[in-house]
Design a protein around this ligand. Structure first.
Ligand SMILES: NC(=O)c1ccc[n+]([C@@H]2O[C@H](COP(=O)([O-])OP(=O)(O)OC[C@H]3O[C@@H](n4cnc5c(N)ncnc54)[C@H](OP(=O)(O)O)[C@@H]3O)[C@@H](O)[C@H]2O)c1
Length: 311
């Protein structure tokens, strides 16, 4: 497996990383068990899946806590490139977004404690707030970077205007935002700016929460409270149309003898804004299955066919 450097940083990783919002993630997936998360984190360590993506809000706190426990138990901290995010806090039972320098610096300290580490490889502002000038928020992270507490700076869920403001001093290294075959808006919105400024674009929801892995059907029922019961591409006619397109992906995948999830993830690597991917998983088998993406080679015709199917 050939490692890749995330542009704009000195972080070098397996391009197939690991999304961990299902680790201790009962808020998104009510039926998930913590033990499944511990297990697939260990599978990832054993198989060189070394770019992990977590956040304060996954749990909240549990995802970071479980990751900290597993990394301490396995003594694998230095094998893993750890990305986390923060910006949210609870005020009188309501979630409030805060990008103030003081809060972000406190949030980094708290993440360090939960992750049981003294450095974070990539720290993202998880979402923009309404008040803080974006360059001030990023400036606070730059101070932590200069002290060696974090190694790279990211922002997530920022509009193009917010990203430009955040990057006014050139401090932003990585942007994370939604991107998948069903939602390609960022090809126009964020890709041009990130490419021009040597910022790596990390797509979240690359499998559209599993829809693009080809296992769901018209009559699939998700548990009550599951994230997928709230997503528009899982509702009504949009869902039926998406399933029909996934069936066409299945034809291409079967023709190549690969799984649909691998075909889809391989297609994203043909986008030059993208260096690395963080597909989320719920079981160890999915860690291993996603790794097979690295063996998939797409022809020009296949790239074009997938592009047109979801144009
Ligand atoms: N910055 C942000 O605001 C933000 C927002 C969302 C997510 N994220 C990050 O992005 C990561 C990825 O997003 P996501 O996990 O929500 O969605 P995703 O990657 O689009 O989909 C993940 C789901 O797809 C299914 N899956 C994964 N690998 C598979 C395989 N090989 N074969 C079949 N099914 C497979 C699993 O669901 P089933 O087994 O249930 O089918 C898995 O939970 C997250 O884990 C998180 O770290 C960030």
């Amino acid at each position: 497996m050939k490692k890749r450097t995330i542009r704009g940083t000195d972080l070098t990783v397996n391009p197939i990383g690991l999304g961990t919002n299902a680790v201790g993630g009962q808020r998104l997936y009510p039926t998930i068990e913590d033990e499944a998360g511990r297990k697939f984190l260990k599978t990832a360590i054993d198989h060189g899946v070394d770019f992990w993506d977590t956040a304060f809000i996954y749990g909240p706190k549990y995802s970071e806590e479980i990751i900290g426990e597993v990394l301490t138990e396995t003594k694998a901290r230095n094998q893993i490139v750890l990305a986390t995010k923060a910006a949210q806090k609870m005020v009188d039972g309501t979630m409030v977004v805060d990008n103030s320098p003081a809060f972000l610096q406190q949030a980094v300290q708290e993440s360090l404690e939960r992750l049981q580490t003294d450095y974070i490889d990539l720290f993202y502002i998880h979402s923009p707030d309404e008040d803080t000038p974006k360059y001030e928020a990023v400036g606070a992270l730059q101070e932590l970077k200069e002290k060696g507490v974090i190694r790279a700076i990211g922002v997530s869920n920022f509009s193009e205007e917010q990203l430009k403001e955040a990057n006014q001093d050139g401090y932003v290294n990585v942007v994370q935002d939604e991107y998948n075959l069903i939602n390609r808006e960022n090809e126009k919105k964020l890709f041009p700016y990130t490419r021009e400024h040597t910022i790596s674009f990390v797509p979240f929801f690359p499998l559209a929460s599993g829809l693009l892995a080809g296992k769901y059907a018209k009559d699939t029922v998700f548990p009550e409270g599951d994230l997928r019961t709230r997503k528009s591409h899982f509702q009504g006619d949009a869902y039926i149309q998406n399933l029909q397109k996934v069936e066409q992906l299945r034809d291409i995948a079967e023709g190549k003898g690969v799984e649909i999830a691998n075909l889809v993830l391989a297609w994203y690597f043909t986008q030059d804004a993208i260096d690395v991917m963080i597909p989320g998983v719920k079981r160890s088998e999915q860690v291993l299955d996603n790794l097979k993406t690295l063996e998939v080679r797409l022809s020009h015709d296949e790239i074009t066919a997938i592009d047109q199917l979801f144009s």
